[in-house]
Structures are given as structure tokens and as C-alpha cells.
Design a binder for this molecule. Structure first.
Ligand SMILES: Cc1cc2nc3c(=O)[nH]c(=O)nc-3n(C[C@H](O)[C@H](O)[C@H](O)COP(=O)(O)O)c2cc1C
Length: 344
């Protein structure tokens, strides 16, 4: 059974990728994920705010310039680590710690290890992306977690920010670059096309925003991370199916994979790779083997020769009248819902 897939120009042994999560914050964790069978691992993200803080700290302690951030990393003095231990930030992923993990993880496993940057501004990304490449990252994932909280920012400005970040990083590295983006654009499809045209090697659909909750008893705002459910896969799956025939870039699905059926549905919609985090956190890294066994069993039972034969089978044809298609689906779904006697 041929489970191989092409993602970002890399040949993966299968389409299942462990997406960025705390499971990949140690070499042992990465090893466990690879041992369970995943085709690639994305390391947890390094945050730009943290880079800036630590770059400033570097400069202060070592009295060296931070013009080239990667270079500055090599000057990172032991005192800074001691200070980090003292001020309680030792457990945070410092750039040096991150690069060391990346280097050791890439050497420890046979599958590609992808570095992830979670940035804010166009300028902050490039030197660190280069440092990740030098440390052995097979590819870079740009986790563009940007909430335009200022109501005066226009949609076009937000979109341009994404393009600028991508172009800057593409100009700085030779490894493939994927963009993990949000679904919250006026036209998510056009944003995807623009990123494709600007040279993205892959798009990861979609970033899952942390949406704070409110506790009415304590009047506290809670920004806890919650694990996903399969119903949340419908949004990225719909967009993957719409975009598949329009893009040159690879497409990775992220959100809502719980069982093998969720992996299969993403592949049918047109994903080149399917990422999972919540399910692996919930059930342990060994759950990757359950997902892959289920995928193999389904492919064999249906009589297909490979993942390639399945991928995109239910993607929308490029010449579909998208507006009419969406409208027809919406109207028939609403008609059925309104005429049935449900529990609502
Ligand atoms: C605890 C936790 C930590 C995460 N950390 C990161 C991160 O560092 N960078 C990132 O891009 N995504 C991060 N994510 C998002 C996941 O990579 C993934 O895109 C998202 O959870 C949706 O996939 P899932 O439904 O399989 O969990 C995190 C998710 C969880 C649950």
C-alpha cells in the first residue's frame, strides 16, 4: 500500500503530520511521534515577541550587535540562561533552546522536522527563519497569528501583511515555506490565491484562534487552550475542497482530526497532508498509528492502490460555479432543517 504523499516538495512516507503542539517540545516527544508513524513533525512555535525580548537581552549581556539575529544567537551567553532560570523563564522556548531542539530532533528521526515561527510584524521573521534552516529544518511554517484588534485596520492591510511576511521569509531561506493562516478574511479564497502567487510552497488551513471565555461567577476572562472536535473540521475541509484545483501550493489540513475517517475526508477533499494535535494530546502520540492503520484499512477495503489515488477525489472541479454551488447547498440544507422535526 503506497501511502506516500508530496507536501511542500518533500516526499512524506504518509500524509499524517503531527502539527505544532507541546508534544514536539522535546527530542523524546518528537521521537515518540515519529515512532508512532507520522510522516513529518512540526515543532511548536517560537513567538516573535520572545525573540525580540531575548535579542535585546543578548545585546545587553554580550554587548554584541543583533543585526543578524542568527549570529547573535551564537553569542548568547550562559549568564542569560542563568538569569532565565532565576526569573522563571527557563522553561520558555528561548531561541537557543529551540534551535538546539530542532537540530537534535532533525538528527534523531528520519521524518522531516518542520520549524514554526509565530510572528507579528514583517521585519521580525527572516533571520530566525534562516537560523531554523541552518539548524536542520526541512521546511518553515509561518504561523501568522494576527488578530486585527484595531478596528481602523483595513482588510487589504491585513492581507498585505501576510504577503509581506511570506515574501521576506522566502527571500531569506531556500527550504520550503508554508503559511498557516486564519479563515477570517472577507475572501479567504483570494487570500490563498495571493499567497500561492507570492510563492508559498504550502498553505495550512486553518489557524485556530484562541478565543477567550468568560467565567460569569468569578468575572474572569479565561484564555485557556481547548482541544478541538471533529465538527470543526468542516470549515477547513470545505475550503480545501474549493481551493484544491486552483492552487499550485500544497495544502495541509489542520483541525478536528479525531479518528481515521477525519483523515480520509480531508484527503478526499484534496489535502496533501493532514495534521493532528488535539487527538494526539488526548490519546497520546501512539494514536497516530491508529489513524494510519484506519487509513490503510479503508484504502484497501475500497480497492484503491494509494493515497495519491484518493487525494482530491471530492475536490470541487475548477470550473464549478462556486456562488451557485454554495447557494444551492445552503438552500437545500436550510429547507431540510426547517422541515424536519428536530430536537431544536
Ligand atoms: C496545546 C496546544 C498548543 C498548540 N501550540 C501551537 C503552536 O505552538 N503553534 C501552532 O502553529 N499551532 C499550535 N497549536 C495548534 C495546532 O497545531 C493545530 O493547528 C490546532 O490545534 C488544530 O488542530 P487539532 O484539531 O488537530 O488540534 C496548538 C494546539 C494546542 C491544542
Amino acid at each position: 500500500m503506497d501511502l506516500t504523499t508530496d507536501y511542500l516538495g518533500l516526499t512524506l512516507r504518509n500524509p499524517l503530520i503531527a502539527s505544532a503542539s507541546p508534544l514536539s517540545n522535546t527530542v523524546d516527544g518528537v521521537r515518540r511521534l515519529a515512532h508512532a508513524g507520522v510522516g513529518a513533525v512540526v515543532l511548536y512555535s517560537l513567538f516573535e515577541e520572545q525573540l525580540r525580548r531575548e535579542a535585546a537581552e543578548n545585546a545587553r549581556l554580550a554587548e554584541v550587535g543583533t543585526e543578524v539575529f542568527a549570529e547573535a544567537l551564537s553569542y548568547f551567553p550562559a549568564e542569560a540562561e542563568a538569569e532565565a532560570a532565576q526569573d522563571g523563564t527557563a522553561d520558555e522556548p528561548s531561541p537557543r533552546r529551540y534551535l538546539s531542539l530542532l537540530e537534535r530532533a532533525a538528527a534523531a528521526v528520519e521524518v522531516p522536522v518542520i520549524g514554526s515561527i509565530n510572528g507579528v510584524t514583517p521585519g521580525g521573521w527572516t533571520s530566525y527563519a534562516r537560523a531554523m534552516q541552518d539548524a536542520g529544518a526541512a521546511a518553515i511554517e509561518l504561523n501568522i497569528y494576527y488578530i486585527p484588534g484595531d478596528p481602523h485596520i483595513t482588510g487589504r492591510e491585513v492581507e498585505q501583511r501576510h504577503i509581506d511576511i511570506l515574501c521576506q521569509v522566502k527571500g531569506a531561506v531556500t527550504v520550503p515555506v508554508a503559511v498557516k493562516l486564519s479563515p477570517h478574511f472577507s475572501s479567504a479564497g483570494e487570500m490563498a490565491l495571493r499567497l500561492d502567487e507570492a510563492g508559498a510552497d504550502g498553505l495550512v488551513l486553518f489557524n485556530r484562534f484562541l478565543q477567550p471565555d468568560i467565567d460569569p461567577e468569578t468575572l474572569a476572562v479565561m484564555s485557556d487552550v481547548y482541544l478541538s472536535s471533529p465538527a470543526e473540521a468542516r470549515l477547513p475541509r470545505t475550503w480545501i475542497s474549493i481551493l484544491r484545483k486552483h492552487l499550485r501550493a500544497s495544502l495541509a489540513a489542520t483541525t478536528g482530526v479525531e479518528g481515521p475517517a477525519d483523515v480520509i475526508k480531508y484527503l478526499l477533499a484534496g489535502a496533501d497532508a493532514v495534521m493532528t494535535a488535539s487527538a494526539l494530546i488526548r490519546h497520546g502520540p501512539g494514536h497516530a498509528a491508529v489513524l494510519l492503520d484506519g487509513l490503510s484499512e479503508w484504502i484497501a477495503r475500497k480497492g484503491y492502490p494509494s493515497v495519491a489515488a484518493v487525494r482530491g477525489m471530492l475536490a470541487l472541479p475548477a470550473d464549478t460555479d462556486q456562488v451557485a454551488y454554495e447557494r444551492a447547498g445552503y438552500v437545500s440544507a436550510m429547507r431540510a432543517a426547517n422541515s424536519s422535526r428536530g430536537p431544536w
